[in-house]
Design a protein around this ligand. Structure first.
Ligand code: BGC
Length: 371
């Protein structure tokens, strides 16, 4: 079967003839790939700064955002059947018996850093016609989410990030709304999403359904289609080119939570200056490593201490985050069917892979359709 892969040792991106995988164990599932999303990590792998093939192979099949249809199940699989839709997760545990998180299925917190990741690190990804996976790493998708479920994996970033924000903010009495009135646990709190890409806009949707007042702070001045989506779902879009962080902070009032989804350090630390009292700052972006940059280090440190601020980095996701992401995509689709669909700005054939992975980044979420 045809797949998209990289050969890091030759710095090549190419279509690869990869053997169609077969079920070899009772708890495995064979899945026909339907759609694979392209993200910044895939594009970075194509700059050869990141990404490692599995042991014994000189190429790595790309793709870690995926939805597929079950075509065959192992003899021990009871929870899935042919025709079911699934989303696979990305990270697989290390083998160290002393790694507590991995032994408990929380490899997103792996302590040895010997984890592997499909499509990224020592395991082939999903950018090919079929894949085989352990049932434990698949989350079922209801048929009505077939067209949007490829966004489940990027949404898991927000799910894990916000789950941690709740945990961290339990330190502040009354921070979380009691929600006896159904207005949401975030009611009365203000959240800022930094960046209006797929991670940012999905994060904004998640924060809105939790009841937060949401601002999306991103570079492009209005009018632009990302701003239109942000405003249409009930967030307020502000361009950082039109309004710097200080004025933005004045406008918004106490910023209780920032969800960083831009992956650029200078923007991230600039906005950190206006994080509010008892605020929490969730960082999800992975910048390319560059030289040192000036930051307002004293103000930042003063604020972090005097305002009881928490700065939390988050990567990858838990199995629960996948379940929550699928549930929330259902909620998004009910509330904002047009805007949710509009996040997928391009559906392409496999032949477009080179342009998508190495050309100028365009649109919001681009996907490759396999079937
Ligand atoms: C993926 C994560 C992964 C991270 C680091 C992200 O693009 O969504 O699952 O852990 O890259 O490799």
């Amino acid at each position: 079967m045809k797949g998209v892969g990289v050969v890091p040792k030759d710095q090549r991106l190419l279509l690869i003839d990869h053997p169609e995988p077969m079920i070899t164990g009772p708890t495995e599932v064979k899945v026909r790939t339907l759609q694979v999303g392209i993200c910044g990590t895939d594009r970075e792998i194509c700059t050869f700064a990141y990404g490692q093939p599995p042991a014994g192979d000189d190429y790595l099949l790309l793709g870690h955002e995926c939805v597929g249809e079950v075509v065959e199940v192992g003899t021990g699989v009871k929870s899935l059947k042919k025709g079911d839709l699934v989303v696979p997760s990305v990270r697989r545990p290390c083998g160290d018996p002393k790694c507590g998180p991995c032994r408990e299925g929380r490899q997103d917190f792996c302590e040895t850093w010997n984890f592997t990741e499909r499509g990224i690190n020592q395991r082939h990804g999903y950018m090919a016609g079929y894949f085989v996976e352990e049932v434990a790493y698949l989350t079922t998708v209801p048929p009505e989410l077939r067209d949007v479920a490829v966004m489940a994996e990027p949404l898991t970033v927000a799910e894990k990030g916000l789950a941690q924000a709740w945990q961290v903010q339990h330190r502040v009495p009354g921070w979380e709304h009691h929600n006896r009135d159904g207005k949401g646990r975030g009611h009365g709190r203000t959240a800022v999403v930094l960046g209006a890409g797929p991670i940012g806009l999905l994060g904004a949707m998640k924060l809105l359904i939790e009841g937060f007042r949401v601002f999306v702070y991103s570079r492009s001045p209005k009018p632009n289609f990302k701003a239109e989506i942000a405003d249409a779902i009930g967030a307020t879009y502000i361009s950082s080119v039109k309004m710097g962080p200080d004025d933005f902070g004045q406008l918004v009032g106490n910023i209780d939570l920032v969800y960083e989804a831009v992956g650029e350090a200078h923007v991230t630390f600039d906005l950190m200056r206006v994080l509010g009292i008892n605020g929490v700052y969730i960082l999800t972006g992975i910048p390319a490593v560059q030289g040192p940059i000036p930051v307002y280090a004293d103000s930042l440190m003063r604020n972090i201490v005097l305002k009881n601020q928490a700065i939390v980095g988050t990567v990858n996701a838990s199995p629960q985050a996948f379940i929550d992401a699928i549930r929330d995509l259902g909620e998004f689709k009910k509330r904002w069917p047009k805007e949710l669909a509009a996040l997928i700005t391009g559906r392409h054939s496999i032949d477009a892979h080179r342009e998508l992975l190495t050309g100028k980044a365009q649109g919001i979420k681009n996907v490759i359709e396999f079937a």
